[in-house]
Design a binder for this molecule. Structure first.
Ligand code: WT7
Length: 658
């Protein structure tokens, strides 16, 4: 862990924010959640969660709500059995809602598909039969590398139906990143498509898979959805078109009930070392909290709401709040394939108007982008259907919050700022719409059933008005069950900092205000948050030093008005590299190299060529000082540097930077 200096000064300004917004009487009167929910959960936490689990269909009831005897490895709803896909699909059809729209799918070029729950049941069944015909069974791993297509949802649910684990890899990750993830999980099948639309252009995707699976001994089949018609290489021994395998399958499939703790999926996320962690989630507890939070935080009324979460299924938000939560609750939702500015900057609002979206969930970076494009754009559309807005991924600055409320929510829709992580599986801290008086910039309170605290280095809660570290001091149903194949790393990463107290350390700094509301202040470890995506500084540093011209690299997250943080790299070039190597072309080559190694999301905004890096006597890079440079601040205390003149050298040499 680096010095606890990850909290940028702009975030401190958040704490002077004192406006509050009570819910309207009309909203409060119809809200799913009332303050009684807190009382119920406080009275008996386990009974509360058992009641939430009854939102689902269980083939066998559990005999114990929580087994924490082998902490930090939790077991929830011990002895219970259920099928996750049955809960998300079939039971709604059986309850007579087969004609309800599950998915309004909107393609980037303007094509669209409407999928009812009855159709979803047939598609998921066909896909499950297809995967079974390829030899996929309970416990097997399937890698899914797809853009936002209905087939991505079918594939995830088909895995769940068979008891196979999916590992969804974001379509923006490189072939290298895909290969690492396939190998770590030893996936048997990869599901991808020929190409994907991005800002009006068809970009190849299958080509990345071809490159990745050249080095993946576990992969037996590659299943390819046809989306763009892009030409692709074909290995007939391994590759099959989705349609050829899925279309002819029977459209019924009998789901098997699996143990509540049966693994559901692995999702990789960046940690403080270069190697991504395969976060493991299981079935009963995960689905319980996904369904509960989606119902409570988004106030979902499945008969009348049209819900839209703009995340990609490559991230946990897409898992919990596009696939599992909404479908477990029988929601009608919009899934959009493309970017917010394709073909124009009003695309999201056009979609809201077209489908009458009522609940809209997005990230602060997207909101700030809309702000940049101008309020006149949403003003051209009818957004009066919107009745609740959500935010996730990073702290939302009050300016963006207020803009969101005014220009998207018509000063009417409550905003829920939801704090959670890949590891927590579902929302943990959020206002309750209809109850909480919201505050721009604060996620405010742990949800009923959840316990979170802001503590000092010794694990003691800090006073109101003070800052510290965010911990979760009680297990929760959708908590990660470990890191795939690495129990030790699981203990070390999350449970070692406050081992004596048994707290989960989230890696975030936080603060209580004078009312006891929680304000999240950003990561305190070497993890950056770029447009709501987690990227580790070490990962980018490793990518940079793998380039032949780079001798050493240090990476920091510098605050950025649109993306929250932006990646700024400081590199020392190899002795043999001449001046040309620090020129513009060379820097472009380095940025492209990072994109190739990790993915375009990890491309540094800026690369500065420096003669030295600031290090402590023990050789640790002092990122705090580099962040001062990256954010154009006066350079802080240099007294712990091994050589205090280094910062002068760096500042003097920045004429060469790009
Ligand atoms: C990290 C988790 C949870 C889905 C998206 C990101 C930051 C997330 C908030 C919020 C302040 C937030 C934290 C957290 N974060 N939501 N509402 N306010 N910070 O999932 O990639 O696992 O990242 O995102 O720093 O630790 P993730």
């Amino acid at each position: 862990m680096s010095e606890p200096d990850g909290q940028s000064t702009t975030l401190d300004n958040l704490l002077s924010e004192s406006r509050t917004f009570p819910p309207s009487e009309a909203f409060a009167a119809q809200a799913n959640a009332t303050s009684e929910l807190y009382d119920e959960a406080n009275a008996d936490r386990e009974a509360f969660w058992a009641a939430q689990a009854r939102r689902l269909h269980w083939d066998t009831e559990w005999d114990q709500v929580l087994d924490w005897s082998n902490a930090p490895f939790a077991k929830w709803f011990v002895g219970g059995k259920l099928n996750v896909a049955y809960n998300c699909v079939d039971r709604h059809v059986e309850a007579g809602h087969g004609d309800r729209v599950a998915i309004h799918w909107e393609g980037e070029p303007g094509d669209s598909r409407t999928i009812t729950y009855a159709e979803l049941q047939r598609e998921v069944s066909r896909t499950a039969n297809a995967l079974a015909s390829l030899g996929v069974g309970s416990g097997d791993r399937v890698a899914i590398y797809l853009p936002m297509l209905p087939e991505a949802v079918y594939a995830m649910l088909a895995c769940a139906r068979l008891g196979a684990l999916h590992s969804v890899v974001f379509g923006g990750f490189s072939s290298e990143a895909l290969r690492t993830r396939i190998n770590d999980a030893a996936a048997k099948v990869v599901i991808t498509c020929d190409g994907q639309y991005r800002r009006g252009k068809a970009m190849p995707l299958k080509a990345n898979v071809d490159e990745a699976v050249a080095g993946t001994p576990s992969v037996e089949h590659v299943l390819v959805v046809k989306r763009t018609g892009t030409e692709t290489d074909w290995n007939p021994a391994r590759d099959q078109w989705w349609d050829d395998v899925v279309e002819g399958q029977p459209d019924t499939h009998t789901p098997e009930a699996f143990d509540a703790e049966h693994p559901l999926f692995i999702l990789y996320t960046s940690g403080t070392t270069g190697r991504p962690k395969g976060i493991l989630h299981t079935s009963g507890g995960y689905l319980t909290q996904a369904a509960y939070t989606h119902h409570t935080v988004f106030d979902l009324k499945p008969e009348s709401d049209v819900y839209w979460c703009t995340a990609d299924i490559g991230w946990v938000t897409g898992h919990t709040y596009i696939v599992y939560g909404p479908l477990a609750n029988g929601a009608t939702q919009v899934i959009y394939e493309g970017t917010p500015n394709a073909p124009h900057e009003g695309r999201h609002w056009e979609i809201v108007q077209k489908y009458g979206v009522t609940l809209y969930y997005t990230a602060p970076t997207t909101i700030r982008t809309f702000m940049k494009w101008g309020a006149d754009i949403p003003a051209r559309y009818d957004l009066s259907s919107l009745r609740l807005l959500g935010s996730v991924g990073e702290p939302i600055n009050p300016e963006a919050w207020i803009w969101y409320r005014e220009h998207i929510g018509g000063n009417r829709a409550p905003i829920v700022d939801t704090w959670w992580q890949t590891e927590t599986g579902a929302i943990m801290i959020s206002p309750l719409p209809g109850h909480t008086h919201t505050k721009p910039g604060s996620a405010q309170r742990p949800l009923p059933g959840i316990s979170a605290k802001v503590v000092d280095e010794t694990g003691t809660p800090v006073a109101h008005g003070s800052g510290g570290l965010l911990v979760l001091d009680q297990p929760w149903p959708s908590m990660l069950r470990g890191i795939w194949g690495d129990d030790e790393r699981y203990r070390e990463t999350y449970w070692s900092k406050f081992a004596d107290k048994g707290f989960y350390f989230a890696g975030d700094g936080a603060k209580y205000d004078n009312d006891g509301d929680i304000w999240l202040l950003g990561r305190v470890d070497d993890v950056m948050n770029v447009s709501g995506h987690r990227i580790s500084t070490t990962e980018v540093e490793s990518a940079l030093v793998s380039h032949p011209t780079v001798a050493e690299a240090a990476v920091v997250g510098a605050s950025d008005p649109t993306t929250g943080q932006a990646i700024v790299a400081f590199v020392i070039l190899r002795g043999t590299a001449d001046d040309a190597a620090s020129g513009e072309a060379a820097i472009k080559a380095l940025r492209d190299h990072v994109a190739h190694e990790i993915g375009p999301i990890a491309k540094p905004r800026q690369i500065m060529v420096v003669p030295e890096l600031p290090k402590t006597r023990s050789g640790k890079i002092m990122r705090r000082l580099l962040r001062d440079v990256a954010e154009n601040r006066e350079i802080g205390d240099v007294s712990t540097l091994a050589d205090s003149s280094v910062m002068n050298l760096i500042s003097a040499g920045l004429g060469k930077s790009s």
